[in-house]
Ligand binder design. Sequence first.
Ligand code: RIB
Ligand code: CA
Length: 312
Amino acid sequence: MPRKVIIDCDMGIDDAVALCMTLFDPRLEVLAVTATEGCVTAEQANDNLQAIVSELDPDRYPRLGMAQSTEGAPAVDTRYLFGEDGLGNAGFESSHRQRALTADKIIIDLVRANPDDVTILCLGPLTNVALAFRREPMLPSLVDQVVIMGGCLSGGNITPCAEFNFYFDPVSAQEVLRSRTTKTLIPLDVTQQVTFGLDIMDELPASETRAGYFLRQILPHTFRSYRQQLGQETITLNDAVGALALLEPELFKFHQIGCDVETGGELTRGLLIADRRSQPELRPNVNVATEVRANEVKQYIIDQLMTSGHAS
Ligand code: RIB
Ligand code: CA
């Protein structure tokens, strides 16, 4: 039986790659894709959600859940890296073909309808999941598990100490990490060990396939902006690694660690606190990926995209 999954993401380029990897995989039943504000505004995230899923047009079309603006979100502008639309200025049409339900409502409905059976793969700020847990206090115990790309054990990307998804909405990140549900965390330290050079462009599915065409629209911009803005010849695809941890967890090493999130610090907003002392005060509450077989993960992601191409 395929595993039931809801994919909650903030609709940037690496989120889109993760959707390419998952929407065609017969091991998964993607019940819904839900949008959250983060690397693009809520409005842009909703446009991108509809555009990505209709471009890929998988046989099993998921339900779509819409993002709402995040209260207290910091002013962050990632357009210099991901383009005006967060998708490398690909100019996809947004079709608005489904009746718009909010992401938290879709999450609540689907988890209630499939108790203990739904995994939520979180590839953006944890706003929607926290909102769903707040609105329906029984929900954390009805979710099978939450797999999160977010946080970092050492050195952030948006501030010296915080990873973007946790920084954008630290209150929600804290609520989800503190919740009773089973949590797996794939932090930045692990995702950034998997890097891709321009040669990935030669290993993508053919441009006649929907996945191949789509990836060729979004990836070249990423290489350009990493080179021009960051002086890097290789890119990272954090959410693709997060998705792979769901599909192939044996390529990672995990440890149960007591984790929390700083919500209010002047310099430390969104900092992941991981109590790795031999006598921790924080009760181990999160299964944290601490090591990755980076070369194998990279090859697996490329193979997974090729398989999606054959299916699209
Ligand atoms: O820090 C990396 C994460 O922030 C990724 O999920 C990226 O898409 C953005 O959401
Ligand atoms: Ca993301």
